[in-house]
Ligand binder design. Sequence first.
Ligand code: ATR
Length: 502
Amino acid sequence: MDRPLICLTLTGKTLLENLTLVNKYRSVIDVAELRADFLDDDERLLIRKFPLMAGLPCILTLRRVVDGGQFREGEAARTVLFARALSFAGEENAKTFDYVDFEEDFRVPSLQDVALAFGTKIIRSVHCMDGPVSNITERLRSLRTTSYEIPKIAFMPHSLSDVTKLFAEAEQMNDNNHILIAMGPLGAPSRILSAKLKNYLTFTSAPELASNVGNLAHFDPITLNETYHFKTIDRDTDVFGITGWPLNATSSPVLHNTAYRAHNMNAVYVPLRSEKIGDVFPLARQIGVKGFSVTIPHKESVLGYLDSVDEHVAEIGACNTVVEKDGSWYGYNTDWSGFKRSLLEFTGFKNLRGKRVAIIGAGGAAHAIAYAVKKLHGNACVFNRTLGKARALAEKFGFKYAPLGPDSVHLLKRYSDVIIQTTSKGMNASLPADESNDPIYFYEFSGKEKVFDIVYVPETTPVMARASQAGCKVCNGYEMLKYQGWEQFALFTGVEYNDYNE
Ligand code: ATR
């Protein structure tokens, strides 16, 4: 069976604007969808020229508002536009649209005859913008009334369970003459794993116009090809992924997918966004996920779904790596070990014996860090805005604790061989250090402290800049993030990660 095609959805205002995008992405796409509902009025009169201009198979779509499109002029006007676009593909227009998208309820026999006469396939589509579609197998059957129709069902899932059902239904199908899509951020697996849904094609959008169809969460064709290696994904591809919510930005797919490619592994790593961690496991079972990374806010709640955890997870109380073995789910934590490796490289120390360490913050990340400090025999004090959380964390590992504020300045001075910043306070901050972006603004650096900030955006946080100016050695959280990912890769695949220059 053929791999799914990559279609570039074009939502420009003019044919020329769309053509520019086709040319830009030509090497990575197979088909272009002209969303004529986005065209300016006078451009709509020229639609039929587009396939020849584009020089690749084209889909013509005139989507109504009710189906998530921009076309507002009524069915009569739409019929006329379709007729003009499809019916003059004679000698002067050597090329016509290879496909036309007609919604389920748009049945105009004369247009269907025109499509048939010119060899234009009909994509017979159903869009449900506000919830899942049930009975997918049956709906597909009723949509396809002739052999030149490709049924398409696209819906907006409410949860990852709706996406799981889509994959379950696709299992029943024995050809790839259909298109099944779960839209929006939850639906990412249905776009990347189109081959597992036996889809005819997958839709993408150019980043230049992505905001026109923002609610659909299309991938851009370059990312789909280069990060996810879409063209090599088939039914046998091993699936790994990352779950979290809302999981807006993550560099993990690049890290893992680069390594699969370097090792010639038939594997892909995809975002498995879910508000509920419990919904991830049925999807993982359904599509055969062999392992996945876990991030905010599921690192603690995932524990209730695991069959077994290693000693580190048990002590930290959080898991960031789940691996499937013989039908059971095993939990690991590579946050602490990634941090440990990065800290030792940064400080040049073999361990933290005899060192006094300040841990700033007592959130999720601080737990893995406190555990690593303990394992390295450091003597630490936890400083946190909410004292109760500092106490709970400190007591777990036999450390001291204190409130995070000017009153603790002397204590901080005593625990200042290594200062580890784990709060989100300096995240995305671009201004010089002050009370609003530097959690230890009240502390004056001597220049001897080693300062490790687990934040990595920006590369240099305000507190790092201030420490550096005083002569301190500083390090951000990038290497920690990298090493925790490398260790996940090894747990997932049994192969050591090398530096692949992602
Ligand atoms: P993570 O899992 O990334 O560590 P978290 O569990 O929400 O995230 O923890 C965030 C940490 O940053 C906490 O220590 C939090 O302090 P509180 O426990 O008092 O909430 C700390 N933090 C966040 N914003 C802060 C701020 N403006 N000032 C000081 N500490 C802050």
